[in-house]
Design a protein. Structure first.
Length: 281
C-alpha cells in the first residue's frame, strides 16, 4: 500500500484531537535544527553575526535580563516594532516611514513554550507584540493543557500566533501528503488561536528542499487556507526590497540585539528572529 493510502486509512481511526496530534507527528527528525535561516540577500543584508560587543553590555546575551533591556531599547520612539502580519499589511503596497527603524520581531518556538511565555511577558511590559510560531510535532504537545493555555493566552494578548510547519519533511518530501498534513496541522493550531500567518521550520541543515517549498511543489496558495502571510515567501521578499538587516540566533549563535538595532538608520528594516529555547533567567 502507498504512503498516502496508509495515511488515509489511519485517519479513519482518529477518535480525538490528541489522537490526531499523535498521527500528525509523522516521523521524528533525529536531530532537529534550531529554526531556518534563508539564503542571504545580496548587498543590503548584514552578516548574521552581529557587531563587536560594546563594553557596557553583559557577555550573557542569552539571559532574560538582556532581552528585557533589548525590549526597553525597542520601546524608544525611533523604532516601529511590528509582527510579521502587521509588516505585510502595512508595507506590501506602501513605503516604510523614513523617520523610523522598522523592526520585525519573530519567535520560533522549536522546543520551549514556557520560556516563550516569559519572553512574551517582557515584551508586553514594554508594550510590544511579536509573531510567535508553534510546532505541532515538537517534543512539547501543543494540545496539552499547559501548552494550549500558553497559546491561548498569547493570542488573547494580541500576539500574532502562527504555525511553525514542517510537513514536507514529515511526509518524506511527498508534496501531496505534505499538503494534507498541513491542513490538519493548521486545523489543530486554529483550535487554539486565530492563525493568519505561518512559517516553515528547518528540521535539518542538510534538507534537500525546504518545508516552504511545499507550496510550489503541491501547487498551493495562501488564499486556499485563509492565510495572509508565510514568513519566507511573503514577508521576506518585501523586507529585501528595502535596505535591511536580518539577524537570527539559529543554532545558539549569540546576537547582541541592542547593538544591532542601534546600528540601523531610519528608513531601514531590521528582521529579528529569536528562539526562546536558548534563553534563561
Amino acid at each position: 500500500m502507498s504512503r498516502t493510502g496508509v495515511f488515509l486509512l489511519s485517519i479513519l481511526f482518529i477518535g480525538s484531537a490528541a489522537g490526531a496530534l499523535v498521527l500528525l507527528r509523522g516521523r521524528a527528525p533525529p536531530a532537529p535544527a534550531q529554526g531556518y535561516a534563508p539564503p542571504p540577500s545580496r548587498g543590503t543584508v548584514s552578516p548574521v553575526a552581529g557587531p563587536p560587543a560594546s563594553k557596557q553590555e553583559p557577555e550573557d546575551t542569552f539571559s532574560l535580563e538582556y532581552l528585557d533591556r533589548f525590549f526597553e531599547e525597542l520601546s524608544k520612539d525611533r523604532y516601529l516594532v511590528v509582527t510579521v502580519r502587521q509588516f505585510v499589511e502595512m508595507f506590501s503596497d506602501r513605503p516604510i516611514p523614513g523617520d523610523k527603524v522598522v523592526v520585525i520581531l519573530r519567535h520560533d518556538v522549536d522546543h520551549d513554550p514556557w520560556t516563550m511565555l516569559k519572553i512574551a511577558e517582557l515584551e508586553r511590559r514594554h508594550n510590544l507584540t511579536s509573531s510567535i510560531y508553534f510546532r505541532t510535532r515538537a517534543e512539547y504537545n501543543v494540545l496539552s493543557e499547559n501548552v494550549s493555555a500558553i497559546v491561548r493566552l498569547l493570542a488573547s494578548w494580541g500576539f500574532d500566533v502562527g504555525l511553525h510547519y514542517e510537513d514536507l519533511y514529515a511526509a518524506g518530501y511527498n508534496a501531496t501528503l505534505a499538503a494534507e498534513l498541513f491542513r490538519l496541522d493548521l486545523e489543530i493550531m486554529r483550535s487554539l488561536a486565530p492563525v493568519k500567518t505561518v512559517c516553515a521550520h528547518g528540521n535539518r541543515a542538510d534538507m534537500p528542499v525546504g518545508n516552504y517549498e511545499m507550496w510550489e511543489l503541491a501547487n498551493l496558495t495562501l488564499d486556499q487556507f485563509d492565510l495572509e502571510a508565510e514568513c519566507y515567501l511573503t514577508a521576506l521578499p518585501i523586507v529585501r526590497s528595502y535596505e535591511h538587516y536580518y539577524f537570527a540566533d539559529n543554532m545558539g549563535r549569540p546576537q547582541r540585539w541592542i547593538d544591532q538595532v542601534r546600528r540601523a538608520q531610519p528608513g531601514m528594516v531590521v528582521y529579528v528572529l529569536i528562539h526562546p529555547c536558548y534563553y534563561h533567567g
